[in-house]
Design a protein around this ligand. Structure first.
Ligand code: SAH
Length: 472
């Protein structure tokens, strides 16, 4: 496992002062999982490269099972010795501690000065694909090149591996580069060799300060970093949001705050497509007064605000926290009065009849039903289709069949920990058909996202229209 850092800042040998590692020597450090060796393949005034070579001891790891847990590490033959992973982060922190913190005894000013830097990670496992790699590093200002390795050069038909050689270039401080590597390398590997606990959250918040809160893939990064601990991830995201109150625009390019679902759906594009499709379906009805039921943090509301046709927009959610975030992200308090009058957020539950929901032309219910317990769907149906009773209901939900296209998702698993179910196309059609029938609506279905020939599209959309004769 090899990481190199190159600079052309002159004199380039100052890299040695920044890293507190003498370019003339090779040094070795003993870490809990093996050894780290630091050396300089090149060190001239024009150009210097520092290399960190990690020697991970897979046999030692198996012997120390208690410490390193089960799964891949319980095997002698695993990829750990060869790929950049959380071991590399540990090495960065232990071997380059002062540099990571931006401290240099000999060159304190240079430590806080942006210099041209290139990091090469020899083998980075990119779970989530190359696209995710670009989505993570490019917003941070890096030029990214990635070369994918085949599984075995001798056997071309085995196909490509998830492993890439990655080069990242940016003019920045060494401390920033090391910080990004420290946080992000394990995010790609999506696997940690140690138990992820509360101090991991604190580490993430400390190292993520100033950049993670506004990162467009913040939620995916946090959830992967704090793997298997969705509660920690939620806390981290909330605290990051509090840390930096960035403008709404940046927030809304975020992927949705969902765990597996998010990385699976490559949600930037799918989420955008979903919002566009729903907005278009609502607009096409000529609706002026619209509801967003289960509005969450307000992503659809933001799209609705852009459409002048909607002169009364109401978002409702059972989560006060989500409504607070939506208020802040939509900058409701800063809107000019005429805009402010168009939108309201209300706290309520779709389980209970609510007079405030009556009298609207259309309602959106985006990715909400799958969060409801099946026995409570009947209550939801009556609240929306009998009590609120808008002329149009635009509803989206995942298509479970499509999950089979995601190799990282275990067979039968759902996209999100809080999903109570996910419907096949047939199940959705049958539920929606029965609702339409019982409440006097017609329903038609549309795919959202790229369609698979057999499995359909990732998201399914149903548009319910009240039958003319039933309109009162
Ligand atoms: N529509 C949003 C959020 C989807 S996540 C979007 O597409 O981004 C599901 C949302 O449904 C969450 O915000 C959750 O708080 C809300 N929700 C769950 N149960 C609810 C209920 N009984 N009443 C109202 N909202 C509910």
């Amino acid at each position: 496992m090899l990481l190199t850092i190159t600079t052309t800042h002159q004199p380039a040998t100052d890299l040695g002062f920044l890293l507190h590692k003498n370019p003339a020597r090779c040094q070795s450090f003993s870490l809990s999982f093996g050894n780290a060796h630091v050396f300089y393949p090149e060190a001239s005034d024009d150009r210097a490269t520092a290399a960190v070579l990690l020697e991970v001891d897979p046999v030692g790891m198996v012997r120390g099972k208690g410490r390193f847990g089960q799964g891949v590490l319980a095997q002698y033959v695993n990829d750990r010795p060869y790929v950049a992973s959380s071991f590399m982060s540990v090495a960065i922190a232990q071997v380059f501690g002062p540099a990571l913190d931006g401290r240099s005894k000999e060159r304190p000013e240079l430590a806080t000065t942006p210099i041209p830097l290139v990091a090469t990670i020899e083998v980075l496992p990119c779970r989530g694909g190359e696209e995710f790699l670009h989505e993570v590093f490019e917003p941070l200002g890096y030029d990214v090149t990635a070369v994918r390795h085949s599984l075995d050069e001798m056997f071309a038909d085995w196909g490509p591996s998830p492993y890439y050689s990655v080069t990242l270039s940016k003019t920045t401080t060494l401390s920033e580069l090391l910080t990004h590597l420290y946080v992000l390398i394990p995010v790609f590997d999506n696997f940690k060799h140690y138990y992820v606990g509360h101090d991991e959250l604190e580490k993430l918040l400390k190292r993520g300060e100033g950049w993670l809160g506004t990162h467009p893939r913040r939620d995916a990064i946090v959830r992967r970093y704090l793997k298997y601990r969705p509660t920690l991830a939620r806390q981290a995201i909330e605290r990051l949001i509090e840390q930096d109150d960035q403008p709404a625009d940046e927030f809304f390019t975020d992927a949705r705050a969902e765990s597996r679902e998010e990385s699976l759906e490559k949600s930037l594009s799918l989420n955008d497509e979903r919002l566009q499709a729903v907005t278009a379906a609502l607009a096409a009805t000529g609706a002026k007064r619209v509801l967003d039921l289960g509005c969450g943090e307000g992503r659809l509301l933001r799209e609705l605000l852009k459409e002048k046709q909607f002169n009364e927009i109401v978002g409702m959610d059972v989560s006060i926290r989500s409504l607070e975030i939506a208020t802040r992200r939509l900058r409701l308090d800063d809107l000019p009065p005429r805009q402010r009058e168009r939108i309201r957020l209300i706290h309520g539950s779709l389980m209970y009849r609510d007079k405030r929901l009556a009298g609207f032309d259309a309602a959106a219910v985006v990715e909400v039903v799958e969060h409801l317990d099946p026995p409570r769907l009947a209550a939801f149906e009556r609240v929306v289709f009998e009590c609120a009773r808008p002329a149009t209901v635009v509803l989206t939900t995942p298509n479970r069949e499509y999950n089979a296209t995601w190799p990282n998702l275990a067979a039968g698993a759902l996209r999100h920990d809080d999903h109570r179910f996910e419907w096949t196309r047939e199940e959705f059609r049958s539920w929606a058909g029965s609702v339409a029938e019982r409440f006097g609506y017609s329903v038609e279905f549309h795919p959202i996202g790229s369609e698979h020939a057999e499995l359909g599209s990732p998201t399914q959309l149903g548009v319910f229209r009240m039958r003319e004769m039933d309109r009162g």
